[in-house]
Design a protein around this ligand. Sequence first.
Ligand SMILES: Nc1ncnc2c1ncn2[C@@H]1O[C@H](COP(=O)(O)OP(=O)(O)OP(=O)(O)O)[C@@H](O)[C@H]1O
Ligand SMILES: [Mg+2]
Length: 268
Amino acid sequence: MIMALEARNIRVKMGHKKVLHGVDFSANSGKVTAIVGPNGSGKTTLLRAMTGEVPHQGHVHINGADVTDLLPWQLAALRAVQPQSSSIAFPFTVLEIVRLGLSAGLSAADSSVPLQALDTVGLAGFAGRMYQDLSGGEQQRVQLARVITQVWEPVVDDAPRWLILDEPVASLDIGHQFTVMDLTRSYAARGGGVVAVMHDLNLTAMFADHVVLMEAGKVAKTGSPGEVLTDEALARTYGCPVPVNTTPPIGVPFLLPQARADLAAQSG
Ligand SMILES: Nc1ncnc2c1ncn2[C@@H]1O[C@H](COP(=O)(O)OP(=O)(O)OP(=O)(O)O)[C@@H](O)[C@H]1O
Ligand SMILES: [Mg+2]
């Protein structure tokens, strides 16, 4: 059954600064929804409001239920969240970190899930390594393995579960970017929901079904990658020229940012 993660009229203030000005957001299960936008436009704050980590006005519904009516363990069984950065202060092994996902998501009782999750993020054989000794990109994939362990089965009792990821490919090489984006597609194809904050607009165009473009604490545009990623919208929002082309024969948009000097040379 297709269900939604929805936010209505979300307003957030940090100190005296208004960070979100009445944001409406909707993502359907079975789809990958990307949130894009410049640094400071409110992407992380929107995710953290939807996961209940920052005080906000407005309402958030997950699979039709108001999140304020759900108990912490019910939420943990419904959605797993990968923050933009995670620091671990104590010496844990990789497997110990990934197993934290098991205790958060009650239905993932199968003890082989953490090892399978490590395998899906390309970290088979890393279980016994110390987390602190890993590279930045390896640590990021360990965190993703923890998150997918928590909601391993995309659908439970006919209801989708949700992966909520804040820049899941930010530190990854191009091969592992594809591994992770493929994983999100497959989770959605099996009926789960995926919401991911992204900076790479080409990956977004390739992998997302639905794009939400944020600008200065508001939603500037929503729609398919082709509808949202246009020359005009990107130039206005990011403040730099980002010519959009399409790849034949399937028509996926691709962006080839050009240096201002090159554009000046062309037009001159
Ligand atoms: N705790 C805080 N106190 C004051 N301002 C904050 C706080 N957290 C965030 N902000 C401000 O809110 C705005 C939105 O921040 P947010 O982290 O949501 O941006 P973002 O779109 O995720 O950016 P990035 O792409 O850099 O991750 C920024 O201007 C930021 O400085
Ligand atoms: Mg952010």
